[in-house]
Write a protein that binds this ligand. Sequence first.
Ligand SMILES: NC(=O)C[C@H](N)C(=O)O
Length: 286
Amino acid sequence: MSYIALLTTGGTIASSRDENGISRPGPGALGLDVASEVKVRHLMSKDSSTFDFSDMGRIADAVAEALVDEACQGVVVLHGTDTMEESALLVDLFHDDPRPVVFTGAQRTSDHDAPDGPVNVAAATELVLDDTNRGRGVLVVFGGRALPARGLSKWHTTDLDAFISSAEPRVVVPRVDLTGVRVDIVALYPGADAVAIEAFVAAGTDGIILEATGSGNTNAQIVDAVKNCGVPVVVTTRVPVGPIEPTYGGGGGGADLVDAGAVFSPLLRAGQARVMLAVQIASGRS
Ligand SMILES: NC(=O)C[C@H](N)C(=O)O
């Protein structure tokens, strides 16, 4: 009999609040009425902000393992919203199977008066069962919308419609292990200097994501630090929406960053640009 594989990882959807109102993921009931054609596998019970590359790799492995069975129609992954964009992208990069993989979660805990988790899970399972979603890669179903994982970012801390997506074209790459890869994100702002870049290089970073201002701009000190850092540098922006382009000069513009050796991420924001660069670094090693 065919079925949907449901992988749980924790997050608010699996959380309840203690007497002080603090939310913590628990191993117990998700408050869901899962249909009999759903096979649940509890992977972990963590807040997604605590995830590292090995946790994300475990999720990618579990998705691949679930899809080994031909009777599995697709996979739903329950995941915290804080880093869903990173895990969903990692799974999407390796997902070369037409069956849908859908991430979802919740903004409200399962003990909330009006939890959003059950509706999101129902929407995610419906999406897996709809054949028109075959071949679309990894999707995120949340707050009434289905978005591609590629280009996803969390745009609202509490709204039930928590994500936006810039829908980059999909490219699938061979699976790699990210263990031991270190990619750091440097936030840029007026007056930023080389200290963070130099500290990450001293700590042994393999690559740096610059979360630049505007369409991908900064100042001459950062451009100099990029020129001298000796590791790959990818430029993204702190602006939530819009293309990232090297269209400015003047010493600290995006065009100067490119001249200094940086590469632009046309749409991905920092979290996903970091996963993408880590996969590229790991692929170069294997
Ligand atoms: N809404 C959520 O799921 C947030 C939670 N901190 C998590 O990412 O695990």
